[in-house]
Design a binder for this molecule. Structure first.
Ligand code: 1PX
Length: 215
């Protein structure tokens, strides 16, 4: 695992990465999108072994995208928009069922895109929660409203078990590493609309090209 994934999590850093991933023309730079996820993986890695299978999947998906970026076709993977155009123009995406491109950039990014919706919902709950509210419930509700519908039973069960082991809200706020609880709420207030914007841009693009159900 890369060194950066073993370092301490900082919510502000994640926010900065997702901020940097938006170009003035509202294109999404894949490199910064991946850095955002890698920042989040640092937090997952600090939560204990029950989250290991989630972290492994997130790392694997970010690695697939980084490999495309570093390949000879790298320039085509600079933004989500250029990746979609390149892979569709060159028929590099399995559109209806898994075939010869089970790890296309489009389907890999779609998995992270769906997870971004979960993150948005979870952070909004966290931001508006009261001191004694349970992070496990906030996480579970956000998951059930988003990612769960794309996961088979076994993954849903394993995720549910992991959620029970989440730290309580005050401890979770400490892990964010951005100062007082008021400061955490303040950073969350900036993070949620930003994640929402990145999510909406991707959703619209994928919808336009009929890519929202890639196998
Ligand atoms: C400031 C607080 C931030 C909390 C950060 C937590 C970062 C979480 C990163 C989660 C990334 C999950 C990516 C999942 C992508 C996915 O849906 N993959 C599935 C489908 O992929 P496939 O290639 O088979 O089509 C894959 O089967 C999933 C496997 C792992 C289980 C994913 C469960 C996700 C649960 C939501 C994350 C909960 C983390 C809670 C921490 C607070």
């Amino acid at each position: 695992m890369a060194d950066s994934e073993n370092q301490k999590f900082c919510l502000q850093e994640v926010l900065d990465s997702f901020k940097s991933c938006l170009s003035p023309e509202k294109e999404i730079y894949i490199e910064h999108y991946v850095y955002g996820w890698r920042g989040l993986v640092k937090l997952l890695n600090s939560l204990g072994s029950l989250f290991g299978f989630i972290s492994k999947d997130a790392v694997s998906k970010t690695q697939i995208l980084m490999n495309f970026l570093k390949s000879e076709n790298g320039p085509h993977y600079a933004t989500v928009q250029s990746m979609v155009k390149f892979e569709l123009d060159n028929k590099l995406v399995d559109v209806d069922k898994k075939g010869i491109y089970p790890e296309s950039g489009c389907r890999t990014l779609l998995r992270l895109h769906r997870a971004l919706r979960w993150l948005q919902l979870f952070l909004e709950r966290l931001r508006t929660s009261k001191e004694d509210e349970k992070t496990s419930v906030m996480c579970r509700d956000a998951y059930n409203e988003s990612l769960a519908q794309h996961h088979p039973w076994l993954i849903r069960k394993s995720a549910g078990v992991a959620f029970y082991s989440l730290p309580v809200r005050p401890a979770f706020f400490e892990v964010m590493n951005v100062g007082t609880h008021e400061q955490v709420v303040d950073v969350l207030g900036k993070a949620v609309p930003l994640l929402c914007e990145v999510y909406e841009i991707t959703e619209e693009l994928y919808q336009k090209h009929n890519l929202l159900d890639l196998p």
